[in-house]
Write a protein that binds this ligand. Sequence first.
Ligand code: HSE
Length: 300
Amino acid sequence: MSFGLKLPGSTSNLGPGFDVLGLALGIHNHVTVEAATSGPTRVTIEGEGEDQLPTDDSNLFVQAATETASTLGQDLPPLRVQARNEIPLARGLGSSSTAIVGGVLAANRLFDDPLDEAAIVSLATRIEGHPDNVSPCILGGLTIASTANTGEVTYVRALPADGLEAVVAVPDFEIRTEDARNALPDHVPHGDAVFNTGNACLVTAALLTGKVDILARAMEDRLHQPYRADLIRGYDDVCRAARDAGALNVAISGAGPTLFALTTSNGTKVAHAMANAWKKHDVTATPRVLPIDTVGAVYE
Ligand code: HSE
């Protein structure tokens, strides 16, 4: 059996929605998968990560597929996996989530799709550790997802109001999610939690209703960005440049270091303003205006 998968990248948190909000982006990794009858599993990678990612059983895609097979009480056959990657690694654009979602979907397909959508979201979340990148990768659009103590994920997928552009400036340095999470405190003041709860609700409402002017205030965050800003050289200046160029607001994309802005019309100008601001800090950044992916992962 062989098939292909097209898996969108994503931006998560959207400022205050730490580990909850995610948005699928029009940048994709493509994978073809073939079940073999003998020999070891082999992965070939073209594009982003081709010199960095493992090509044996320790590859994240293979690990997620193996975990899925084990959850189903099955043995994974040896695989021939060919990946063509557009999503840069360790930049906060959901690259590892595409590997996890791809592995889960591939194993599910090899065993005739026993897992339904909700089970796929929960399993991918268990492997990733949080639902905010795997959910948009699976479902497309805007996702709001929360994990219960049982591990079950409750989620809603919706389409944001028309006319929004996702602008990213992707710098030439990486941040490992683990390092970005280690920068966070164990406890936060109650007032900060209340502040973020309000803003995460407002961001969701703004995106769904199109009342995007409130994003100027609603995308403020006190749970993670203040603690992570020091990991991103030029952070304040790049954020200011995005807002000065007309962005509705700007946030760290996922765990960073990519900075993500929302705009309604002047995306290219905002993207270049962000990259230019970074240049003044000796950081080369790639500016991009990305459509919102509305379909999520698809077999191809
Ligand atoms: N919500 C996660 C974080 C996304 O900010 O750490 C990165 O995987």
